[in-house]
Design a protein around this ligand. Structure first.
Ligand code: IMP
Ligand code: MG
Length: 183
């Protein structure tokens, strides 16, 4: 069955061309920043970051390895941060390495805050964050990404890796999900 876009998407927020252009610019900034380093470890957070990771990595000129982690933040209602449940861990030792966490979107900031601390504890030389999207209005934990693709309003978006109930990750643009779909 084909996806009927008109039934699920309110508006295309960022089209494919704008995404790719912006990601190229971000890659240039990353290249400049790590210019004098021998190696960079890109850590993509599954599954949302896959498209961004792939597009970004194509324009990275520094020697790099592509790693993935799958995490979820604990939501026990009392502790708001500091804990991250690792569902799939890194396959490599990152001690002494330059690590760049590649994320699809920062919302409350809980996941990234916990993850960053956990990677610093493992002895990474540096841990930076690059995110395709940022919803600053929704922040609960104060965390600032080092590089951001686009700041977006507080709307639920899908596509380019982002899902609603695991669907729509394959759409080549970022679109606002119709409220009827999830309300
Ligand atoms: P947080 O910053 O810990 O709240 O978690 C951010 C995660 O929530 C992201 O990595 C996404 O997986 C998910 N998320 C937040 N906002 C959206 C959205 O608008 N669309 C799809 N996923 C989202
Ligand atoms: Mg995610």
């Amino acid at each position: 069955m084909k996806t009927d876009l008109e039934e699920i998407i309110d508006q295309v927020l960022i089209d494919e061309e704008s995404l790719n252009k912006r990601i190229k610019k971000l890659a240039n900034q990353v290249n400049e920043y790590y210019e004098d380093k021998n190696e960079l470890v890109l850590v993509g957070i599954l599954k949302g970051s896959i498209m961004f990771m792939a597009q970004l990595a194509k324009s990275i000129k520094i020697n790099c390895t592509l790693e993935f982690m799958d995490v979820s933040s604990y939501e026990d209602g009392t502790e708001s941060s500091g804990n991250v449940k690792i569902i799939k861990d890194l396959d490599t030792d990152i001690s002494g390495k330059e690590v760049l966490i590649v994320e699809d979107i920062i919302d409350t900031g809980r996941t990234l805050d916990a993850l960053r601390h956990s990677l610093i504890k493992r002895g990474a030389n540096s841990v930076k964050i690059i995110t395709l999207l940022d919803k600053p209005e929704r922040r609960v934990i104060e965390i600032k990404p080092d590089w951001t693709g686009f700041k977006i309003p507080n709307e639920f978006v899908v596509g380019y890796g982002l899902d609603y109930q695991q669907k729509y990750r394959n759409l080549p643009f970022i679109g606002v999900l119709k409220r009827e779909v999830y309300e």
